[in-house]
Design a protein around this ligand. Structure first.
Ligand code: NAD
Length: 260
């Protein structure tokens, strides 16, 4: 069932953190649709298993799933070996695990700050380090996509730790693109605007706020997670073979215009 890549090699597997929900889930399905095996890691093991089963049932690809807290980097080595045994060489990595954070700076303490930075940023860096051997093995075509945000580019007074983590991912993207470019591994970020996922559900539940957010985007609506997933799939594919070290804003024009 697996399709072949542009050199006639079988498509390599993709590890997706946060693959049990929202953008990560849509990404797993979009990749499985084009024949890529997927490894789904999530804090919520039931969701991870459900997504893995769906990818296999719908598209017949090899899958793996794991309940894991990506803050626990000491687990990565064993977890990656198990994943590789199940889906084969891993030539793609999508870091979609993320948490929004505690609120404005007045509410931040060391523990809350660290938990946001550890999930959103540190896990991306350390997992990449652990993945280098299998990304090289799976070449040509290995690539990484980090889920940053428009809040990596613009500020929100309510989310200082989140904004810092997402801007940090943009810096990490540039740094890793240089280091891993020598191994022909591409590294990019996606910066979504407002996407209709469980993370945003509490915000979008406020009718007036949803309307305001929709009005601010020139396209006049919030994004579906599937629209982010297809952009991620593009950046992981050979169609993006000369794109590295950059970020793609997918926000319906939200930050291109002034709210005035
Ligand atoms: N939804 C949006 O509007 C939006 C906008 C910009 C960026 N993003 C980013 O996209 C990514 C996906 O967000 P989403 O909207 O799909 O959210 P979501 O809450 O639907 O999915 C996030 C997933 O990450 C998992 N996760 C959280 N902490 C984890 C941990 N410690 N270890 C392992 N897994 C963990 C959750 O269990 C969940 O399944 C996040 O990084 C988010 O910051 C989302």
């Amino acid at each position: 069932m697996n399709k072949e890549n542009f050199l006639g090699k079988p498509c390599s597997g993709v590890l997706i953190t946060g693959g049990g929900s929202g953008i990560g889930k849509s990404t797993a399905l979009a990749l499985a649709q084009v024949g890529r095996p997927v490894g789904i890691w999530d804090l919520n093991g039931e969701n991870a298993q459900h997504v893995a089963n769906e990818c296999n049932d719908l598209y017949g690809v090899k899958t793996a799933f794991l309940q894991i807290d990506v803050r626990n980097s000491y687990l990565f080595d064993d977890a990656l070996n198990t994943c590789k045994n199940q889906i084969g060489p891993i030539g793609g990595f999508v870091h979609a695990a993320g948490i929004p954070g505690p609120g404005p700076i007045d509410m931040v303490d060391d523990e809350l700050w660290d938990s946001v930075l550890d999930v959103n940023l540190r896990a991306a860096a350390i997992l990449t380090k652990n993945l280098i051997p299998t990304l090289k093995e799976a070449n040509p075509g290995s690539a990484i996509v980090f889920l940053s945000s428009i809040e990596g580019h613009v500020g929100s007074g309510f989310l200082p730790a989140y904004c810092a983590s997402k801007a940090g991912l943009l810096g990490l993207t540039r740094s890793l693109a240089q280091r891993l470019g020598t191994d022909s591994i591409r590294v990019n970020s996606i910066c979504p605007g407002v996407v209709d996922t469980p993370m945003m559900a509490p915000v979008l539940a406020f009718g007036e706020l949803k309307e305001k957010l929709e009005k601010q985007a020139p396209l006049g609506r919030v994004c579906s997670p599937d629209e982010i997933a297809t952009s991620i799939r593009f950046l992981l594919s050979n169609e993006a073979s000369f794109i590295t070290g950059t970020s793609l804003i997918v926000d319906g024009g939200f930050i291109a215009v002034s709210a005035l």
